[in-house]
Design a protein around this ligand. Structure first.
Ligand code: FE2
Length: 207
């Protein structure tokens, strides 16, 4: 059984950038539905899931039993992506990285502001529902990507560092059609102290 992540903030904790109603519905309805659908799908497949994290399953989509593969990619992606999204947001976010992560951002993208601009551009440009991401790619380099629907870059060997959910349910109540305003404001909530931890753990002695 897989579950949604526990929020370490209240529904109104992300105000004024993301309104309480959106967080509540997103977390208790949208994410919960993915959790329920995933667990229903996996009933009878305990031998396959045994001991595996959801991310370990999504890492190798071809190993998912073919009868449930598409469902697990969609519903499991919905759980994993949302859990990650809610985890890297914080009411008291550290809004800029430092140390080697910042050095590498400067090296790859010019500056932190340029990274933010590029992530925003790619995320806003995502056609339809999906996510924008900063990831560590398979070569250990920082890369910006977007994904459709509930696809996750984990499935192509990448390590997510941050994500921005641009399904309309993530912003429509407050921002209506103004996706760009939501993306602009979410930088106030993206917590680089959490991202730094993931980065250093993933990079290990490659730094
Ligand atoms: Fe979402």
């Amino acid at each position: 059984m897989y579950d949604k992540v526990k929020l370490d903030y209240t529904y109104d904790g992300l105000e004024p950038y993301i309104d309480a109603k959106t967080v509540e519905i997103h977390y208790t309805k949208h994410l919960q539905t993915y959790v329920n659908n995933l667990n229903n799908l996996l009933k009878g497949y305990e031998d396959f899931t045994d001991g595996k994290t959801l991310e370990q399953i999504l890492r190798y989509p071809k190993k998912i039993p073919c009868k449930i593969r598409t469902g697990v990619i969609n519903q499991g992606g919905g759980v994993s992506n949302h859990n990650f999204y809610f985890t890297i947001l914080s009411p008291n976010a550290k809004i800029k990285p430092e140390g080697k992560l910042l050095d590498n951002i400067n090296k790859c993208f010019g500056s932190f502001d340029e990274l933010k601009e590029e992530v925003s551009r790619v995320t806003i440009a995502q056609f339809g529902s999906g996510y924008g991401w900063l990831v560590i790619n398979r070569k250990g380099k920082l890369e910006i990507v977007s994904t459709q629907n509930q696809d996750t870059p984990i499935s192509i060997g990448m390590v997510p560092l941050l994500t921005i959910d641009v399904w309309e349910h993530a912003y429509y109540l407050k921002y209506k059609n103004l996706r760009a305003d939501y993306v602009k404001n979410i930088w106030n909530l993206i917590d680089w102290s959490k991202i730094e931890k993931i980065y250093y753990k993933s990079m290990g002695n490659r730094l």
